[in-house]
Design a binder for this molecule. Sequence first.
Ligand SMILES: C[S@@+](CC[C@H](N)C(=O)[O-])C[C@H]1O[C@@H](n2cnc3c(N)ncnc32)[C@H](O)[C@@H]1O
Length: 211
Amino acid sequence: MLFNTSPEKFWNLIAKKYAADPIADRQAYEIKIDKLKTWMKSEMTVLDIGCATGTQCGDIADSVHKVTGIDISSKLLAIAQQRIDERDIRNVEFIETSAFDEQFEPGSFDVVMTFHVLHFFENLDVIVKRIHDLLKPGGVFISETGCLADRSKFLVNTLKIMGAAGLLPRITMLKDQQLQESLQQNGFTIVDRTKYSQQPDNEFTYVAIKS
Ligand SMILES: C[S@@+](CC[C@H](N)C(=O)[O-])C[C@H]1O[C@@H](n2cnc3c(N)ncnc32)[C@H](O)[C@@H]1O
């Protein structure tokens, strides 16, 4: 390995640039958030794993009781906190930790969200099982993630080389089919699978219910 960039270090290094990037398709994003809010109620608690700058946390906060955004990057979380304060949103908290932190008890959330983060976990089934565990019975799992194994071989190989060189955090090359199977095999029923943006390489957004 040329460089030994831990995931935390990587995300801290690119935090400012990441935060400056605008949402690629703002109209599709707003339609998606409105649709996802239909699964939420004012008494619900939400966990957003890999929340980064807290955009989705802030955008759904008015529909639920409380949002907890977690991330491994202290720099991204500092930006998230600043943005939430600027918007004067009071029911969002950010914690620098992982989804496996024992402070999160089984059955403690109504909704768990993961946007563009599942592919950073080494084992998809392990994180899907953990999310199932964290949800209350009937809880809602919302996920949108890069299924890079479905993309061009050139991209996959480039990412693998950059990963092996330590320039990128480890990325698990998922397939959309594999994601569906993991959800179903780990106790979820998929109730919605929608591609909101027509931009190339846009991902499906899944809504799955803990059964
Ligand atoms: C591509 S960004 C997505 C951010 C945000 N969810 C969004 O869609 O805009 C991936 C985020 O996941 C975080 N992350 C990576 N591995 C993680 C892990 N094991 N636990 C929690 N967060 C993680 C990174 O720090 C980064 O903020």
